[in-house]
Design a protein around this ligand. Structure first.
Ligand SMILES: [Zn+2]
Length: 76
């Protein structure tokens, strides 16, 4: 995590604790954009990396809507 991203994330958490969810989401999105975290094409939530089944196929999973994205594939 770069210092710039850490700063945004820190500010986002402060806003979250202060009850400003809208601003929190905005800052988190900005932080993710900078750090090149892969976001869900459906809901823009950050996706986590995972492995699927016996083949251990590398996938990205959205923790918000459950969307699964395979390498180089758009699902939605
Ligand atoms: Zn999603």
């Amino acid at each position: 995590m770069s210092p710039e991203v850490a700063k945004l994330a820190y500010r986002a958490i402060i806003d979250y604790l202060g009850g400003d969810i809208e601003r929190y989401n905005k800052l988190i999105n900005e932080a993710m954009r900078i750090s090149n975290i892969i976001t869900c094409p459906c809901c823009n939530n950050a996706m986590v990396e995972g492995k699927k089944g016996k083949t251990k196929e590398k996938i990205m999973l959205c923790t918000k809507c459950g969307n699964i994205k395979r390498e180089g594939e758009q699902v939605c």
